[in-house]
Design a protein around this ligand. Structure first.
Ligand SMILES: [Cu+2]
Length: 435
């Protein structure tokens, strides 16, 4: 007898998990005749230092290291939920596997009936990456860039001056950038499927990140220097200027002057906490800039002192930008999880507090609006949209159907799929899935 385990995987035979369990199906193949059911146990088997997984019979954050199932001898599939076990992420593909064995007298017995290597693929602090993880990320970024002529051109064009009103200084700032990072991450995963976008935790020093072997170190002329082995040495942000223009104000020991994570969580807290106050300064009752976009987001951009990254129309040319924004997104994710879990109102796409809840905003900023440029809507059709829509639809994932080719603002809110929707297929190393 064998056991067949199928994940909701549509593009490849490789299985990537986050903290949010996905529904797999399990069935017996060639079960012994004469008995209606076979008892089996699914268990996670981790290599030393590898990821950890958990199992349940229904969607919950409270999974266990193993689950016992009764499989019908006729091969009828049984559902099981399998996810990464927070906070133990993988470092490489296959460092954790799903194993199936028959259960006899309460014990799992030989032989192995199925073994499926998987990866708990999680967005991590750049400081926590192994050198191998770091180098896979850098080579995927360099390949996407293609010395200035790769698919990166679309990402460059999506985040520019024409798009300013759609993406900055307005309520869709966080959802738009979440979609943008997800699209980029999925393109990186087409190149190297073990990659998850790392983040620059900018309220702490980042001694490993600001090195020639990682994101580079700027010299006195604000040109970024890379180690000879760093794939980013061939980066072309803008075809008029090779290399990377970035001020040298942040080095390996620098702690920049931005609102720290603890205080970010307090921007909008308590019974009256709401997304608008947390994210954005324009619609708060106070007149002073108070939201996340202002501080730490703007402060982190400006902390470099000079270069592309200090200007919102060119910041996307610098690979550091994506790690900076990933931390902004993580702060939103963490705020959504606090104080009562991802199942709380802050991550419910329909709740009054999870997004702006006032009078209609320009097209592209309302909950039910589709996001530019993935929706292809341009100025010719809607006056408040940009003149072009570079890049086409949202990239697919092999592990989830969400958010589809044309995501809405609201598609970005419940990224872990805690409110009935599909997850977006990413998670952070310090933000659990919780119902
Ligand atoms: Cu931006």
């Amino acid at each position: 007898m064998k056991v067949d385990i199928q994940f909701p995987d549509t593009l490849s035979n490789r299985v990537f998990l986050t903290w949010r369990p996905v529904k797999a199906t399990v069935r017996a193949i060639d079960a012994p005749a004469g008995q209606p059911n076979v008892a089996i146990r699914l268990e996670g088997k981790s290599n030393v230092g590898g990821g950890a997984i958990s199992f349940t019979n229904r969607l919950t954050h409270a999974g266990a290291p193993s689950v016992d199932l009764q499989l019908s001898s006729d091969g009828t599939p049984v559902d099981v939920w399998i996810g990464g076990a927070f906070p133990t992420a993988s470092k490489a593909y296959g460092d954790v596997s799903v194993e199936a064995r028959q259960v006899v007298g309460g014990q799992a017995v030989a032989p192995l009936l199925a073994r499926v290597p998987v990866m708990v693929r999680i967005r991590k602090n750049a400081e926590a990456l192994t050198n191998t993880e770091r180098d896979l990320f850098l080579s995927a970024m360099a390949a996407l860039n293609g010395k200035g002529t790769g698919r990166f051109v679309d990402f460059r064009d999506m985040h520019d001056g024409d798009a300013y009103e759609q993406i900055h200084g307005n309520v869709s700032f966080l959802p738009w950038h979440r979609a943008y990072l997800l699209d980029l991450e999925r393109e990186l995963q087409v190149i190297e499927d073990q990659v998850a976008l790392p983040y620059w935790k900018f309220d702490e020093a980042a001694p490993k990140l600001f090195q020639p072997a990682f994101i580079g170190q700027s010299d006195r002329s604000a040109t970024v220097q890379f180690a000879p082995t760093n794939p980013l040495r061939n980066w072309v942000g803008d075809l008029n200027r090779r290399g990377i223009w970035r001020g040298n104000a942040v080095g390996p020991t620098t702690v920049i002057n931005v609102r720290n994570e603890f205080d970010c969580m307090r921007i909008s807290e308590g019974a009256n906490a709401n997304f608008t106050e947390f994210s954005d300064w324009k619609y708060t009752p106070t007149s002073a800039p108070t939201g996340l976009e202002s501080d730490p987001h703007n402060g982190a951009h400006n902390s470099l002192g000079a270069g592309w990254i200090t200007d919102p129309t060119t910041s996307q040319l610098d690979p550091l930008f994506y790690l900076l924004h990933n931390n902004v997104d993580r702060l939103w994710a963490k705020w959504q999880w606090l104080p009562s879990g991802s199942g709380g109102a802050r991550s419910d796409p329909t709740s009054a507090i999870s997004y702006f809840n006032g009078p209609p905003r320009p097209n592209g900023h309302n909950r039910g609006d589709t996001l530019w440029p993935w929706d292809g809507i341009v100025k010719a059709g809607v006056p408040t949209r940009p003149p072009t829509a570079p890049g086409g639809g949202m990239a697919d994932s092999s592990m989830t159907r969400a958010p589809g080719l044309k995501p809405m603002v609201s598609s970005m809110i419940d990224y872990l799929g805690a409110h009935g929707g599909d997850p977006l297929g990413f998670a952070y190393d310090d933000v659990p899935f919780e119902l």
